[in-house]
Design a protein around this ligand. Sequence first.
Ligand code: DP6
Length: 404
Amino acid sequence: MAVYIATTSAPVNIACIKYWGKRDTKLILPTNSSLSVTLDQDHLRSTTTSRADPTFEKDRLWLNGIEEEIKSGGRMATCIAELKRLRKELVEDKDASAPALSTFAVHIASYNNFPTAAGLASSASGFAALTASLAALYKLPSTPTDLSLIARQGSGSACRSLLGGFVAWNVGTLESGADSLAVQVAPETHWPDIHALICVVSDTKKGTSSTSGMQRTVDTSPLLQHRIKHVVPQRMEDISAAILARDFDRFAEITMADSNQFHAVALDTSPPIFYMNDVSRSIIAVIEEYNRVAQLPENGGKRKAAYTYDAGPNAVIYAPSANIKEIISLIVRYFPQQETFKDPFGLFGTAGVGAGALVSGFNENVAKTWEAGAVKGLIHTRVGDGPRVLSPAESLLGDNGLPL
Ligand code: DP6
């Protein structure tokens, strides 16, 4: 008997222009456009295997080996139903010989190669991998942009993980959401020199989820209305131009300003939401000082790094690859590491990561030296490609249709 199965992986993305606010909570239509950098799946990824079989009794899902309920009417159920609908419309209705996979139940197993404890959002890569894997299983003729419409209904930011490189999610105007989709501004090959350093900040308290936090902002923040109307449209144009021109100084200026405005609208929410903590703010101080020195005429006059923060305390620092070693040394100086730095690009050789000497003119008092563990880990990665179809050897489901 034929076995219908597909495995794909999908990347994490981190926004430079933040999505924060929905105008339609069911279809997940945003209040503003956003733009992100897709990160390399060689380092961070979600992998998903989907299998359709006439003997399966119902749709089932396992996340990191643990079965999760697929709530009827929920986001997961919506994505699966939409992909089955496309299978029927685009494949089975057009070709009578195509197997009726849309009528079979599916088993889906998904695995993130980064620990949930790292505090990195896995919903974007997870829903992108789910969408890409069912699209591969169903042999859909859809483009990544077509598929972004479906991943969006799983989690807004997931729509941007369907493409590699630098990706915009257009706000759209249609009530149906048909024009609220992700498009590639530039592929990763256009500007492969963009690297990212993720600083995993230790945090014990449970934060406000993006979904509920952003709705409270929509309901109560006057500043959000100003952001939507008067700030984001121009920033989308400006950062797209900076990316096309490979102008890191401008890219950094806009990215940091937008992260700060996102956290300002969180603070403008009633009751206020605080995502950054004192460690996050210390990282901002260090990067601002690093840029101040870099911007002196004798040092080239341009910014060398950009920080950005999502709905949590972790920092993501974007920088041209040539600056990353200096930035890691700087971070390690203020935030001593307990864990060994993985060094995937071999920057430090056998000596391992160490705190570097401060660049001349750097005001070392911009932050205190934190106790070891305040930044509990560093992940070095870079811009990368969109979802990949993997070989059967990488399947997460065994011959019996259950997770391996
Ligand atoms: C701060 O995509 O997680 O990371 O659509 O409700 O699932 P839902 O929210 P989600 O929100 C992400 C918010 C953000 C900014 C961004 O990624 O653009």
